[in-house]
Each structure stands twice: as C-alpha cells, then as structure tokens.
Design a protein around this ligand. Structure first.
Ligand code: NAP
Length: 288
C-alpha cells in the first residue's frame, strides 16, 4: 500500500497595488482555480509606490508564480523585470508578470482582453474597423495598440489635452499599420459618421459616480455603431444606456475585465480559463 504525501503548499499569484483592498480580480481568479481544481491562491497585496522594489524581491523570495500590477505600478515595474512581451514593450506598461524559472517576464493583457471581448462578445473582428477612443490613459494606450495590431484600419484618440493623446498617436503611426489621428476633446464630441466602434476609455461613470457619462453628442451616435465602455462597475453605464437608446450596439467593460484575467490565468497556469465561471463571479460582486 502506498501513501501519497499531501502538499499543503499552494501556488501563489495576486496583485500589487495601492489601493488594492477593493480590487475584485481575486474573486474571478479564485473562482477559476476552484472550478479547475487547482491548488492556487490569489492575494490582494497593498504595495506603496516606494515599496515596489522590496515587493518584487518578495515575489522572488516567496517563489510566486506571477503577479498582476495595478495603480501605481504598471509602468514603474519595468526596471524590475527580465523581459517583456513585444506588446508590453510597445505599450510601455505591464499588468501581468509571469515567472519563468528565475526570470520575471512582463505582459499586458488589458488590450488583448478588449480585443477578445470585441471578437467573442460582440462578434466583430477588428480587421478594417475604424475605431474612436475617448481618453488617452493607460487603458486607452493598451486597447489602441492591440486593436491596431489586430488590423484596425484607423484609430482616433480623443483627449482633453494633447499631452497624452499625441504621443499615443505618434506611437500608433510609428509602430502599427493603422492610420492614427488626434482630436481635441473640448466640448461634446461629435462621432464621425464613418466610425465603426466608439470606446469610452476614461474613468467617467465608474462606481460610485454612476450618473456621469463622457461628453458625446448623442445625436451623432447612429444605429449599428458598436459602443464600448471600459468601466466594469457598473457593467451597464449611463453612457451605454444612452447609446443603446439611440439604437447602438453596446459592449460592457466586464467582458474586457474577464478576458484580460483569463489571458493572465492561461499565462500563469497553462490552462484555458473557465470564462463563464469568471464572469458570473464578477457579476455577483457588482450586483451585490
Ligand atoms: N475593464 C477593464 O478590464 C479595465 C482595464 C483597465 C482599466 N479599466 C478602467 O479604465 C479606466 C481608465 O483607466 P486608465 O488606467 O486608463 O486611467 P488613466 O491612465 O488615469 O487615464 C484616464 C483617462 O481618462 C481621461 N479623463 C478622466 N476624467 C476625465 C474627464 N472628466 N473628462 C475627460 N477625460 C477624462 C484622462 O484624460 P487626461 O489625459 O486629460 O487626464 C485620461 O485620458 C478606469 O476606470 C479603469 O478602472 C478597465
């Protein structure tokens, strides 16, 4: 008779951020681990900006399998990594680190999560699409780069200053085949008639300011336009509700959140993520 020695040692992943207490990714990742019977744990770890170097040493010391990064670490983590995926290098920011032996490799799954949601949830391939992004922050940068690499014909970046908008347009022109232009956002934005996909990539409408919506001339939203929101909470934002009332198709930010998490899950575990389980876990959090 053989006796199997049990292992009580879980594989560890998690998120470094500040603040991090309310970050809900733990809920979908732990639900996915349970669904696949994996002995993995996801931890929300508060790391202040000045503690990132120590935290990255801790990641190695605890032999963690990887980590997610959120505000304020997505860019400042770069010096602590041994390599980057080609897309993370282009975007210049990392939201997922994967440990490969002694090497820490940085990825960015935000934009890929959005592209996958557009393809799988909305049923639209990015190829040839004319896309307008409201906002030019980290999320817009990741989404715009990935949509351009996936074949979008044109990308318009709309922002209230050129400080962040123009460098993103320059990057898209230099490094991707898409046409790119900047538009100053100094009043209700009039959506160009030829637009296929309009994306709110700002934080406007995020809980608890659920009544807020980005300044867009609603009469320029036409039936058939795909209107997307990066805000996952609430999934049905005031902006998406207004667009739907104009006859537009809508895509919520929950799909992007689930898909970026599913891509990180696959990078860490090597297993396909249970998407439906992850989405349901988050929906329960956001409807509580
Ligand atoms: N669903 C997902 O998976 C997912 C993933 C990542 C992020 N997100 C969400 O995406 C949102 C943006 O994140 P981020 O990292 O890109 O933030 P960020 O780097 O701070 O950028 C925010 C952008 O929104 C613009 N903005 C903010 N308030 C505005 C206002 N009142 N009027 C006009 N523009 C405004 C900013 O313009 P300025 O440049 O002029 O300041 C900037 O372009 C957050 O709510 C985040 O939770 C969702």
């Amino acid at each position: 008779m053989s006796y199997q020695v049990p292992s009580y040692q879980a594989k560890l992943v998690g998120v470094f951020g500040c603040p991090v207490a309310e970050n809900p990714t733990i809920v979908m990742q732990e639900a996915a681990f349970r669904a696949l019977g994996l002995h993995w744990r996801y931890l929300n770890i508060e790391v202040r900006a000045e503690q990132l170097a120590d935290a990255m040493r801790g990641l190695r010391a605890f032999n963690m399998a990887g980590i997610n990064l959120t505000i304020p670490h997505k860019v400042t983590v770069l010096p602590y990594l041994d390599g980057l995926s080609a897309e993370a290098a282009l975007i210049g920011a990392v939201n997922t680190v994967v440990r490969e032996g002694e090497r820490l490799i940085g990825h960015n799954t935000d934009g890929k999560g959005f592209v996958r949601s557009v393809q799988e949830d909305a049923g639209i391939h990015p190829s040839g699409q004319r896309v307008v992004f409201l906002g030019a922050g980290g999320a817009a940068r990741a989404m715009a780069v990935e949509m351009a690499l996936a074949g979008a014909a044109s990308i318009t970046i709309v922002n209230r200053t050129a400080d962040r908008g123009q460098p993103l347009v320059d990057l898209l022109r230099r490094q991707t085949p898409a046409q790119a232009e900047f538009a100053l956002w100094d009043g209700p934005f009039v959506v160009p008639a030829e637009t296929d996909i309009l994306v709110n990539a700002t934080s406007i409408g995020l809980f608890p300011r659920v009544e807020d919506a980005p300044a867009v001339a609603l009469d320029s939203i036409r039936p058939g336009l795909l209107v997307c929101d990066v805000i996952p909470n609430p999934p049905k934002t005031a902006f998406l509700a207004a667009a739907a009332a104009r006859g537009a198709r809508t895509l919520d930010g929950l799909g992007m959140l689930v898909n970026q998490g599913a891509i990180a899950f696959r990078l860490w575990t090597g297993r396909d993520a249970p998407l439906a389980v992850m989405r349901q876990a988050l929906e329960e959090v956001f409807s509580a």
